[in-house]
Design a protein around this ligand. Structure first.
Ligand code: GLV
Ligand code: MN
Ligand code: MN
Length: 416
């Protein structure tokens, strides 16, 4: 049953203002995008700004050992909160909306409730989780994984980026290694608003996605080592070229995804040649492979084919392979009751809805390990994200934030 909160609605201008102000931090000149990789100075500046807004609302703010920030508006009783949130770190070529929308809309929901003087039986909380992107420190969703008890804090603090910087040191450096315990307290329920980051909603002309779950994610880093030599003097048959192996793997990943079809996707997103010179056969190539599917059994089959191909092609070319798993998360199903709440509240507000899986990883998939969880999606213009041109229409932002508001209010009065 939808609780009756009359005409309670978020303030769209205030939310858009907050999105723009946060997006100015780490802004990429000449674009509308921004770069705030996890635990950099830009991430710190973004965190500091959001914390001022949390403090302005008089929220109870806790920072845990991995730098997750949870701000809570007390309820009538000492009960577990309904939590929302997302992340404010971005990829190096990010937009203003990925993650940021979920955090700032959560803050907007709480401000709306406070200003309206609505008393709820349960607290509402908004969180931003550390290093959701995984673009600097793998795996992705690191902070929410630790919050949900999926990785011990000590292990997470020791993770290094490609330049050897360490999570724990970087947290200390930016002043966000907090003292709140991990795993964190279990919320009553968790619901996250996010841009879709793909083309489905826009293409179908649907306003709100009621997210049913998140596809499985498999990230591998390969280091291929061969023999560096002169490009002009070394006959083709006498080479051990890791660049050739990398190129073949790159094409194979694409072919493999097409062969399996359906939801299967495969991407080589990063590749580094050493010494990376026009007239030198490379000595070493490092590359990443991202494989995803909504079905775990299929994803495992794809991983097996991929692993076998890598061994074969490397052996054929006389190249050594080192493999490192950067991230591996099984597909996640969200809670039917939360999915239904999102759908019902969206329809009550007059929006068209569609149930859909998420192609991207989200903090919600970690929270779903510990409490009933769901997500609200709003359309991404041209389906583009992880790109500076990422954009979502203000009317869609307003719709998503109001669905988030209604869903949180309903969850605050629902016993599971
Ligand atoms: C996280 O943003 C991911 O899905 O790669
Ligand atoms: Mn995101
Ligand atoms: Mn992202």
């Amino acid at each position: 049953m939808t609780a009756d909160y009359g005409s309670l609605a978020i303030d769209t201008d205030r939310l858009l203002r907050h999105l723009a102000e946060l997006g100015d931090i780490g802004a990429i000149p000449g674009t509308t995008g921004c770069a705030r990789l996890a635990l950099t100075d830009e991430d710190k500046a973004g965190r500091d700004l959001v914390l001022t807004w949390m403090r302005d609302l008089g929220l109870d703010i806790r920072i845990d050992g991995i730098g997750n920030v949870v701000a809570t508006m007390p309820g009538e009783g000492d009960l577990a909160p309904v939590m929302t949130g997302s992340h404010i770190d971005t990829v190096a070529t990010g937009g203003k909306y990925d993650g940021n929308l979920g955090v700032l809309a959560g803050l907007e929901v709480i401000e709306t409730v406070i200003r309206a003087g609505v008393e709820l039986p349960r607290p509402l909380a908004v969180a931003f989780f550390t290093d959701e992107e995984g673009a600097r420190f793998a795996p992705d969703m690191l902070g929410s994984l630790v919050y949900a008890g999926g990785m011990a804090l000590e292990g997470a603090l020791g993770i290094e980026d490609s330049d050897g910087a360490v999570v724990g040191d970087e947290l200390e450096r930016i002043g966000y290694r907090g003292t709140a315990p991990t795993p964190g307290p279990t919320p009553h329920a968790y619901v996250e608003l996010h841009i879709e980051q793909g083309p489905v909603l826009e293409d179908a002309g649907i306003g709100i996605g009621a997210v049913e779950g998140v596809q499985g994610i498999s990230w591998t880093e390969l280091t291929l080592r061969g023999q560096s030599c002169h490009a002009g003097t070394t006959p083709m048959r006498m080479r051990r070229d890791p660049g050739l192996v990398a190129a073949r793997i790159c094409a194979f990943v694409n072919d493999l995804a097409l062969e399996f079809g359906g939801a299967q996707v495969g991407t080589v997103g990063a590749m580094t040649f050493r010494p990376n010179l026009v007239n030198v056969v490379p000595s070493e190539v490092t590359m990443t492979v991202d494989l995803r599917n909504t079905d775990e059994v299929t994803l495992r089959a794809v991983e097996a084919r991929f692993a076998a191909y890598v061994s074969d092609v490397a052996e054929r070319e006389g190249v050594d392979v080192e493999r490192r798993i950067l991230a591996r998360f099984e597909p996640v199903d969200f809670d039917d009751r939360v999915i239904e709440s999102v759908e019902r509240n969206a329809r009550d507000l007059g929006y068209s809805t569609r149930r859909m899986p998420s192609g991207a990883g989200h903090d919600a998939q970690m929270l779903s390990r510990i409490c009933p969880t769901g997500m609200v999606f709003v359309p991404s213009v041209n389906g583009i994200s992880h790109n500076v041109t990422e954009y979502t229409e203000p009317s869609d932002i307003e719709a998503g934030a109001n669905v988030l508001l209604r869903t949180m209010l309903e969850l605050a009065t629902t016993e599971f």
